[in-house]
Structure formats: C-alpha cells, structure tokens
Design a protein around this ligand. Structure first.
Ligand SMILES: O=C1O[C@H](COP(=O)(O)O)[C@@H](O)[C@H](O)[C@H]1O
Length: 317
C-alpha cells in the first residue's frame, strides 16, 4: 500500500495503490487536529506530513506541531525487529552529517534497553563505513557504581556496543567512578566544559553544550536519563550535570545531564518498546495540557526529536 497526499491543512488527498484497508485512518478536523493510526497532534503546521513505509511502519512528521516544541517531532511505529534497522540508519545519517560538517560526532548514550537497539550498527554497511574514529561518546546518565558493576551504564554499553567498534578509547567519556555522586557530577561537567572549549562538543547559543545526538530511552514511569517524574532535578536550569541520591529506580545514586543540556542538543531520539510503557507514551504525545508533564514530554532538542516505538509502546495512542 502506498499513500500520497497534498498540502495540509486545507485538504488531504490520499491514494492507495491496492484495495487493502488503509493502515491509517486520516482525518483533519476543523480544530486542526490530525489523526493518524491513533496518534493525535495539535496545531498541525503546513509542512507536516505522514508516510506509510513499504514495511507498513508509519511515520508522522510534524513540524512545530506540539505546543512549546521548537523542532521537528517525528513518530514512527515499527515491528520490533525493524527498530534496530531503522535506528542504525538514522544514527548513521546523523553521524555522517556531523563528521563531514564538524570533523567530529558527539553522541550521548542512555543505559537500559537502548543499547541492544544499537546492534545493527555493528553490522554492514554501518560497521565498515562509519567514521568511528570521529565518534565521541558520553552518557546521559550513569549510576554511581564501579565501572565493572552490573548496574553500570558504562559496562552495559561497553559489553554490548563499545567493545565491538573502533572508537578510540580516549573518545569514550565515562564518569570517574572513584568519586561521590556529587563529585562525579562536578567532574563530568568540568570535562564537558573543557571539550566545549576545545570545540570537540559544539556550543549552543544559550551557552549550554550542543551534543550532536542524544540517544534516550524511557522508563515505564516516563523518566528519561535519571530525571524522574516529580523530582526537583527535572527543573534544574543552570547546571549541566547533576546528581541524585534518592533515585526511585535502583541504584539510588546517579548522575545525569540536565534538561537544558538535553534540549540544547541538535538531535534526539527516544527508543521506547513494550506495552508497559504505553501509558507514558500516550501521556507524552497526547497528554492533557493541564496535568504535570512527564519528564519524557519535556524532551525538545533544537533540530529534531524522533520517536522509535514498537506496537506495544504505541498501543494506547
Ligand atoms: O535507569 C535507567 O532507565 C532508563 C530506561 O531504561 P529501560 O531499560 O526501561 O529502557 C534509561 O534510559 C536510563 O539511562 C537508565 O539509567
């Protein structure tokens, strides 16, 4: 099935090349709400569009569509296996863009399930063609445990990804695991500041570091990095890196990038799978304007935010 359509929002023309029931039901209401599979976006802009891919995944590209967003928001729903394929393609595209433009690619990793979704980058054509020597790898958040500990986000990323690609060890910026949570957060911020001064990390016009790509996961409660719902750290506005001693998800002591840093990045992805996360996904993409936003709903990078969802995570949209 292929669909094509013309300019929004005045009218929408859909053609299908088969007699199949359309995968998406599209409707443009007078209040300018836009519905696709069951995703709803408000205040649709003229340049928004939706595509149905040959593999039947659905992409909704929405430019400046959601209140308070300054960027493109792209939501794609995949069959589970397809996420890793599409994520590899996306990361490779952004890596190529920045290695060409800046001679470096700065990327932040989450812990948790995100790492397994990077597995296709370890295969051709990506493994052989990406300029791994220009990658600089950071963590969105880290647990304050030794690097050899099972809870360490560094260990997870090293075992599952970093040990398998030729990124120079000096370009992998793990936290100092000999320090306290506060000390490790301060130390990480100092190192990031130095890398901004030396132009390895770009600088945003607002004074915060501008990472090229942030690879985010999301917990079932809507937390991203180690920024948890209702926790005061969500509102941190000055620090680049901060620490938490009472994380609701163990282990309790962690460091995390703050929202001003996350949202000063050029690109960000949110990779979210499983029906257990469907409520938080629904709340983030469709939530009431009056209720307190989940941390995930506050993610808003400069250029583009792309959601990679499986059908379980998208099941309540
Ligand atoms: O504790 C953490 O959880 C989140 C989500 O993990 P997931 O396994 O549910 O994907 C993760 O993004 C974060 O980096 C990690 O420290």
């Amino acid at each position: 099935m292929r669909m094509a359509f013309t300019t929004l929002p005045t009218f929408l023309s859909i053609t299908t090349t088969t007699t199949q029931t359309p995968l998406c039901s599209l409707h443009l209401s007078p209040s300018r709400k836009f519905f696709c599979p069951s995703l709803t976006f408000k205040n649709l802009s003229q340049s928004s569009f939706l595509t149905v891919k040959p593999n039947n995944s659905v992409a909704c590209k929405v430019k400046s569509s959601m209140a308070e967003t300054k960027n493109n928001v792209v939501v794609e729903v995949f069959d589970k296996e397809e996420i890793a394929v599409s994520l590899a393609e996306y990361v490779a595209k952004i890596s190529n863009k920045f290695t060409k433009e800046r001679g470096a690619f700065t990327v932040t990793l989450s812990g948790g399930s995100l790492i397994t979704h990077l597995r296709k980058l370890l295969e051709p054509p990506y493994f052989d063609t990406l300029e791994w020597s220009k990658w600089h790898v950071f963590w969105l958040d880290e647990r304050v445990v030794p690097k050899t500990h099972e809870d360490s986000n560094y260990k997870l990323a090293y075992d599952g990804f970093l040990s398998k690609v030729p990124i120079p060890p000096g370009n992998v910026y793990a936290i100092n695991d000999t320090l306290s949570a506060e000390g490790a957060a301060d130390d990480y911020e100092t190192r990031i500041r130095d890398l901004v001064k030396s132009n390895v990390i770009a600088s945003s016009s607002n004074g915060f570091p501008k990472f090229d790509l942030q690879l985010l996961g999301m917990g079932p409660d809507g937390h991203v990095a180690s920024l948890f719902p209702g926790h005061p750290l969500v509102n941190e506005g000055k620090k680049w890196v901060t620490f938490i001693l009472d994380s609701p998800k163990p282990p309790p002591e962690r460091i995390t990038l703050t929202f001003p840093v996350i949202n000063s990045s050029a690109y960000a992805v949110l990779v979210v799978t499983g029906a257990g996360k469907a409520d938080a996904v629904h709340s983030a993409l469709h939530g009431s304007e009056n209720s307190e936003k989940l941390p995930v709903a506050l993610v808003s990078p400069e250029d583009e935010l792309k959601w990679f969802l499986d059908k379980g995570a998208a099941s309540k949209l």
